[in-house]
Design a protein around this ligand. Structure first.
Ligand code: 6PG
Length: 251
């Protein structure tokens, strides 16, 4: 059953603490039920803060990292040691500080010159490692950030990636950055058991008003990428008071 939740926290650090606790609970339950937990990480500033927290006690010791498999929702087409790399960010803030087997880290091979090949190889990694439910890999948890333009993962407004309905991952040329990226597509995002979307800071207030405010945009206009998510199961917004400033408090 699909369920969407909205949780508003006083500030980004309260938000990250709540998200870290949620992640710990979801991982514990999944590992009890099925022996492993498959999570897709996001890039961006709020996820970075969350990863730094997860690298500290009690999360560092209490989370069963041995049974957690880490993937990425999207990646910039750069080498894994490049400062723009989402893998590098997650590695520097979290993965290099915890006791997780190397074999449990599944990064996107976004450094390949052939971007379609990179997306294809990543799709094979997903198919090979993640349980297939309803005909598609089912992540236990996908973390997403949201851009001020309403993008999630690297599904940017106006890009053909938004219409990809067959492939699990796709290459996306992002005009405003003049860069290629690799992103999960809607079919696999929608199939997740849980989706958490983070938004913190005033820079996200306008887009959240469009998406979660009293009169969400849409109607006759084109939906933002975040509004095109159709989760099969649970989706929860974790937002802070600054990002929520134009939204009537419902949580
Ligand atoms: C990325 C992302 C992207 C990000 C948002 C929000 O690689 O850029 O995965 O979707 O989460 O752009 O980023 P900020 O939190 O830094 O605004």
């Amino acid at each position: 059953m699909h369920h969407t939740g909205l949780e508003v926290y006083a500030n980004a650090s309260a938000l990250c603490e709540a998200a870290a606790n949620r992640l710990m609970d979801l991982a514990e339950q999944a590992i009890i039920d099925q022996g492993e937990f498959h999570i897709a990480l996001a890039g961006g500033s709020t996820p970075r803060m969350l990863y730094s927290l997860l690298a500290l006690s009690p999360y560092k010791e209490c989370i069963d990292w041995q049974h957690i498999h880490v993937y990425f929702g999207d990646e910039r087409c750069v080498a894994p040691d490049h400062n723009d790399s989402n893998f590098k960010m997650a590695n520097d803030t979290l993965l290099s500080h915890i006791s997780i087997p190397e074999a449990n880290i599944h990064r996107i091979p976004a450094e390949l010159d052939d971007h379609d090949e990179a997306a294809q190889q990543y799709a094979e990694i997903l198919t090979h490692n993640i349980p297939c439910i309803y005909g598609l890999p089912m992540f236990d948890l996908i973390l997403l950030g949201i851009g001020p333009d309403g993008h999630i993962a690297s599904l940017f407004p106006g890009t053909p990636a938004l219409d990809e309905s067959n492939r699990l991952a796709t290459a996306v040329y992002v005009e405003k950055f003049d860069r290629w990226r690799i992103s999960l597509t809607y079919p696999v995002i929608n199939n997740a058991n849980h989706i958490i979307i983070f938004a913190s800071g005033e820079g996200k207030a306008d887009v959240l008003q469009s998406v979660l405010g009293d009169s969400p945009s849409g109607g006759n206009s084109v939906l933002l990428p975040v509004q095109q998510i159709q989760p099969r199961a649970d989706m929860t917004w974790f937002i802070d008071a600054d990002a929520a400033k134009y939204i009537r408090k419902t949580a």
